[in-house]
Design a protein around this ligand. Structure first.
Ligand SMILES: O=P(O)(O)O[C@H]1O[C@H](CO)[C@@H](O)[C@H]1O
Ligand SMILES: Nc1nc2[nH]cnc2c(=O)[nH]1
Length: 211
């Protein structure tokens, strides 16, 4: 997909995530999701990549979930497990691909927190997310991953850290969407070969399994 639908645009979550079900029906078995996110982990730098090992779905705490409503059992069960959603083998594959390209130092593993947006978070909200164990924050991905997991897809997701979240009141720094877009654009030269390598590697693994 080029781009995605967001909750803040006014769509319900099931609609934001519907393209994932379409891809599944077309035969896709794996979802590779990417996003732009603000870095909460102080070890991260702008332009780094965070392989998502787990998420905190802030929208879900309030009962807003893409699976809300009658369960479509042709896709999956009513109460899907969310343990091991982010496939550990593929995370290792992605790390290996990064190391082979010499990008090992800029690739981390962390927890993504999904908020509703469209406003960026307050400093107090960011501090809370940090306390909860989040390493990065954004306004997407969790609902797509829930839908992919429900219908049995294998998931890799990663965040491009486009800005570092501000968690102190003594700064004049600010966050803005232009910065997010510009870091995204600049990182294309890393992200394209990174994803291509991962896809090749997954395809090779699948092929050798089927032999
Ligand atoms: O998560 P993606 O769609 O990559 O984009 C992130 O960047 C936008 C904010 O600048 C928000 O849409 C946020 O979710
Ligand atoms: N703080 C913050 N930075 C971002 N960069 C991209 N998305 C986000 C977000 O949701 N919050």
């Amino acid at each position: 997909m080029q781009g995605r639908f967001h909750y803040y645009e006014g769509y319900p979550l099931w609609k934001c995530a519907m393209p994932v079900r379409v891809m599944r029906l077309l035969g896709a078995t794996h979802l590779i999701a990417s996003n732009a996110a603000g870095g909460l982990n102080k070890c991260y730098k702008v332009g780094d990549i965070m392989l998502i090992k787990d998420h905190i779905n802030m929208l879900g705490f309030g009962g807003n979930n893409p699976l809300r409503g009658p369960n479509e059992s042709r896709f999956g069960p009513r109460f899907p497990s969310m343990y091991g959603v982010y496939n550990k083998n593929i995370i290792q594959t992605a790390k290996r691909c990064a190391a082979e390209e010499g990008w090992g130092d800029m690739v981390h593993e962390g927890v993504y927190s999904c908020v509703g947006g469209p406003n960026f978070e307050t400093i107090a909200e960011l501090r809370m997310l940090e306390l909860l164990g989040a390493d990065a924050v954004g306004m997407s991905t969790a609902h797509e991953v829930i839908i992919a997991t429900h219908c049995g897809m294998t998931v890799l997701a990663f965040s491009l850290i486009t800005d570092m979240c501000i968690t102190d009141y003594e700064t004049d720094d600010d966050v803005n969407h232009e910065e997010v877009l510009s870091v995204g654009k600049k990182s294309e030269k890393v992200l394209k070969p990174f994803v291509t390598r991962i896809v090749d590697s997954i395809a090779n693994q699948l092929q050798s399994k089927s032999c």
